[in-house]
Design a protein around this ligand. Sequence first.
Ligand SMILES: CC(C)(COP(=O)(O)OP(=O)(O)OC[C@H]1O[C@@H](n2cnc3c(N)ncnc32)[C@H](O)[C@@H]1OP(=O)(O)O)[C@@H](O)C(=O)NCCC(=O)NCCS
Length: 129
Amino acid sequence: MVENIDRFLVAEGPDGALAGCVTYQVWPEIGDPLKATVELQSVAVRETCRRKGIGSMLVKGALARVRVLEPADVTVLTLTPDFFATLGFREIPKTRIMHKLYTGCINCTKHTDPFTCPERAMALEMPKG
Ligand SMILES: CC(C)(COP(=O)(O)OP(=O)(O)OC[C@H]1O[C@@H](n2cnc3c(N)ncnc32)[C@H](O)[C@@H]1OP(=O)(O)O)[C@@H](O)C(=O)NCCC(=O)NCCS
């Protein structure tokens, strides 16, 4: 937790409880190491707080946070591609994120093969400069 907590953004609900969160991981091993790919992770909004723009706000907050790293793109593996499509993400072949598949998906307990896993890979191209 201590190693990862500083990359978490959280949204607080009106009751003061956690309404949602997002975090990210930098992957210099994917694409140009000087324009490292950033992956969004743990994008989640509490069920009772959904469809109020909180998920979009969190993703936009994470994008603003990682912009200083000048990534070529921001990727995500997701079961809700339609949500990410509203934010400009487009589907990409999973072969573009092989390092993630080898180091992350390899530990998955739900699916034996990342290519048959229902999660879709998506990317948002980030503006240069
Ligand atoms: C996906 C998730 C984060 C969206 O959070 P949210 O706060 O409800 O999203 P927003 O209110 O910002 O949605 C913005 C738009 O995205 C689209 N959208 C949101 N959730 C969607 C869903 N489940 N399916 C399809 N489109 C969706 C809609 O167009 C929505 O606009 P609308 O409400 O005006 O129709 C939330 O449903 C969730 O936590 N799901 C479970 C975990 C998950 O799937 N996380 C993503 C995997 S990385």
